[in-house]
Design a protein around this ligand. Structure first.
Ligand SMILES: Nc1nc2c(c(=O)[nH]1)N[C@@H](CN(C=O)c1ccc(C(=O)N[C@@H](CCC(=O)O)C(=O)O)cc1)CN2
Length: 297
């Protein structure tokens, strides 16, 4: 069996078109332009690329982009003061602080300083709680993108056994909550899980978010399983060049899985598209307008 490729770039292109259409409608019907503020602290090269890409796409879909670049030695009080200023700015509908933060900054404290209604990353404890209790929330962008692709490929997910490998607040936990909401049977595996291959082999859906290159082996998979690879790892090829790989051994997995996301070109592009969709949703909620159905899960 050769797996179908789940093309994240194509999914993202469709979602971005829908976002752009809604932005045009908001402008024409209500004179509103959604605004997204992105805060980057420090000079992490990958974060700089992601932030640049977010700003570029924000402008491409017709929204306002506000970028704040702070030095790596920024003190917590200064960052919190900027967040407070953005919380009060009526032209800003979405706020995100790019992660990871420099070590001296408390990620939870900073994330929870963002007004939950503008928390387009969905990392605020209020949004995490709403999602965990099945209530309308801002949903973290990476798991939201994974779910949209899973729905697109599998249709109804009810009754399927999903194994989520990884329990981070950003991906693993919200992914498990979203899959539960879809009536999947969900197993969350992590670094202490015993006999992981025996667990993965029972899965109809595998979401790999462990942050370890090529960790999930092809022979662990059930034939025909749908595999979503969240990992983005740069590995040295031994000749001085670097290669981008996921958490799944794609070369082996593609012969056993039914469908699989590539790295690059899988989950990554959907993360940014979902961020812009969340910003439109936040703008609609802020102005008590109906939420665009096509941007929702
Ligand atoms: N505040 C946040 N910080 C971080 C998040 C997040 O959702 N919110 N997620 C990641 C980084 N990230 C977005 O911020 C992100 C990562 C990767 C991609 C992407 O498109 N990747 C490409 C490959 C690009 C490359 O060469 O590195 C792909 O997979 O095709 C988009 C967004 C951590 N921080």
């Amino acid at each position: 069996m050769t797996a179908r490729i789940i093309d994240g770039k194509a999914f993202a292109a469709v979602l971005l078109e829908n976002v752009a259409e809604h932005v045009t409608q908001l402008k024409q019907a209500h004179g509103l332009i959604p605004g997204l503020a992105v805060v980057l602290v420090g000079e992490d090269p990958a974060s700089e690329i992601y932030v640049r890409s977010k700003a570029k796409k924000t402008v491409e879909v017709g929204m306002h982009s506000y970028e704040y670049k702070l030095p790596a030695d920024t003190v917590e009080a200064e960052l919190l003061a900027l967040i407070e200023q953005l919380n009060l700015d009526p032209s800003v509908h979405g706020i995100l602080v790019q992660l990871p933060l420099p070590e001296h900054l408390d990620e939870a404290l900073v994330t929870n300083a963002i007004d939950p209604s503008r928390d387009v990353d969905g990392f605020h404890v209020s949004n995490a709680g709403l999602l965990a209790t099945g209530q309308p929330a801002m949903v973290p962008c990476t798991p939201l993108g994974c779910l949209m692709m899973l729905r697109g490929y599998c249709g109804n997910l009810a009754g399927l056994h999903a194994v989520v490998i990884g329990r981070s607040n950003i991906v693993g936990k919200p992914m498990a909550q979203l899959l539960l909401k879809e009536n999947c049977t969900v197993t969350v595996a992590h670094s202490h899980t015993r006999n992981l291959p025996d667990i993965v082999v029972a899965a109809d859906i595998v979401v790999a978010a462990v942050g370890r290159p090529l960790f999930v082996k092809g022979q662990w998979l059930k034939t025909g399983a749908t595999v979503i690879d969240v990992g983005i790892n740069r590995i040295d090829q031994g000749d001085g060049t670097m290669r981008l790989v996921g958490d799944v051994d794609y070369g082996a997995a593609k012969d056993i899985a039914g469908a699989i996301t590539p790295v690059p070109g899988g989950v990554g592009p959907m993360t940014i598209a979902c961020l812009l969709a969340n910003t439109v949703t936040a703008c609609c909620r802020a102005h008590s307008l109906p939420e665009p159905a096509r941007l929702k899960v």
